[in-house]
Design a protein around this ligand. Sequence first.
Ligand code: ADP
Ligand code: MG
Length: 251
Amino acid sequence: MTDTNPISQASLKKLREFKLSGIIRTLEVRLTEANNQGLSHREFLELLLEDEVNQRSDNKRKRLYGGAHLPFEKGLEDFDFTFQPSIKKTEMMELATLNFIVKHENIIFIGQPGTGKTHLSVALGLKALGCGYTVSFTSVADMITTLEQSRADLSYQKKIQQYVKPDLLILDELGYKSMAESTVEDFFEIVSRRYEKGPIIITSNRDFQEWGKIFIDKTLTGAILDRLVHHCHIINIKGESYRVSHRNQKT
Ligand code: ADP
Ligand code: MG
């Protein structure tokens, strides 16, 4: 099928209207290829369709990964379990099967700074993204600020969806600051709307006994903890900071 005429503007316009950006991107190359290699009409069409499929899955992947807002990309394979023996590798590997997402179970990592809580949460987040789940990572402080601001500009209901909707929500660094009353209510709202529907991973440097100090209100603390720990994997990391240890080794 030899045809060396360029693609008409009208055809390009139609392709754009149909949002076939994968085909638009490769069309010239495929036409040349078809001419030079004498591709059949069927082969030519199949190549173009394949280009469109690839473009779409690439776009989807970018949207998924970009929307997760992970602070870095590190997996379980980058984690040195021998350094942190209080974390059972078998337990982490079990969590990495993502059964906890299917069963709507939460995970809470508790440990001192630098012990790998964020790293492990990110690793599970990456696994989830790899399986096509939507993930949202945020520090608790950022979530609080976002929700406080949203009350002022009346986008509260929309913003709260941002934390309710994803298949997996990762809340990093709970407990660095005590929360104001309205903030605790926001936190409760998210936890209760996700309860038995959408799993949450939480990292905290505070033991459970101290969570009362974070949420202040006793009744709400009870209500939050009740829902969070009902179906939950609690990983207590008892070890030293990887950062400090590796800085010491270097100096
Ligand atoms: P935390 O969230 O508990 O404060 P992080 O997960 O941020 O700690 O870990 C601090 C840094 O040390 C990160 O760069 C992380 O990748 C690294 N790190 C922590 N623990 C380990 C480990 N056991 N093996 C490899 N890297 C680790
Ligand atoms: Mg951290």
